[in-house]
Design a protein around this ligand. Sequence first.
Ligand code: XAN
Ligand code: ZN
Length: 435
Amino acid sequence: MTSPTSAPTLYRATYLHTPRNPFTHPDALDAQSDGGLLVQDGVIRAAGPFADIRAAHPDAPVTDLRGGLLLPGFIDTHVHYPQVRVIGGLGLPLLDWLDQCALPEEARMADLAYARGVARDFIGGLIGAGTTTALVFGSHFAGAVDAFFEEATRTGLRAVTGLVVSDRLLRGELHTTPQRAYDEGRALIERWHGAGRNLYAVTPRFSLSASEGILDACAALMRDFPGVRFTSHVNENTREIQTVRDLFPGARDYLDTYERAGLVGRHSVLAHNVHPTDRELSVMAAHRCTAAHCPCSNSALGSGFFPLRRHLDAGVHVSLGSDVGGGTGFSLLKEGLQAHFMQNLMPGGVPLSPAHLLYLATLAGAEALDLPHTGSFEPGRAFDAVHLNPAPGTPLDAVFRHAASPERALAAAFATGTPADVARVWIGGDTVLGS
Ligand SMILES: O=c1[nH]c(=O)c2nc[nH]c2[nH]1
Ligand SMILES: [Zn+2]
């Protein structure tokens, strides 16, 4: 751990970050081809051209990271802990994939020893991909959620997660009751919310599997513990949406099932939203909640094309999620590329620049989770960072060595970068991967 009086370190690197939102600010990307970041006690104290930072801090020891790219740590706003071992169930639509791939594996999380192994695999995968903060869909079993928080604490990951609750239409062993959902949620919140870097997220799986009683229990937790986050799924798949319509005949639409319970707000992150109505988009914007876009999952499960243009026009905040294991891996570089592809291919898609992709993979997540100390390299923020340094002889290394600008190198990182290119990862100034 970094002590409160540690000496500063000056990191010298080609770095890029988006201190602003490129969807609303034209010059949002800050790219330094020879940059300096002065870090003390895990916090960025100064940032800019290396020569300027060096002149102001002539005695700080320098860590030379030139040759690669230094980016803010990635922020994954939708990813399922119990699904890491079932990545790759391709070719099934959502409800069949849940029945055949995801839910049998999620039932195994009742076994605490099994859950501990999954927590290690999962968090290792996240950090190995350069993810430093994640909003994680937890397990239906409280013991497995404890195991997750323990592993997050051990590794240093910034984790936001909670008990997943449902009381119908899954499998019996994954069902709970409203009272138990409240009681177990309360105990987990008291143990983990605000402990170290951990935060709690109230998590009904989706309205299809959650009665009004369960949603009310979730709302009670949100009321009793202000500051906990909320996450669920919405509008992912047309068959799912029709089923929710049938289950909630009094609701105006899918979002309304959450809205009526008081679950839509500034701290709500709803995954997918591939098929929203205009009313839902305007309500999401008014409540400043986030849509977590998961492009690899939407492609793998054939869920559809995310209407990014309609979200932006309505003023809905959008962030990025890998949605492992419906998604195909932990890399937010890959998610950025897939988002780019899908917007390119769909009528009325939004052309996404490297700055947009970087923003979606970093600051957008910090904004979604209301974590203003993460997401960029602005002074005052935590030093959460990923150093991409491809092995000599790889195509990405060739592009990096010949790139005309840092922005071109960033585009190549999204186009062809993988976790194999992640050389080092820091969270709050602590090295959590590499050396
Ligand atoms: O992509 C998804 N993955 C899931 O595990 C899930 N559960 C409900 N809805 C879901 N969508
Ligand atoms: Zn999901």
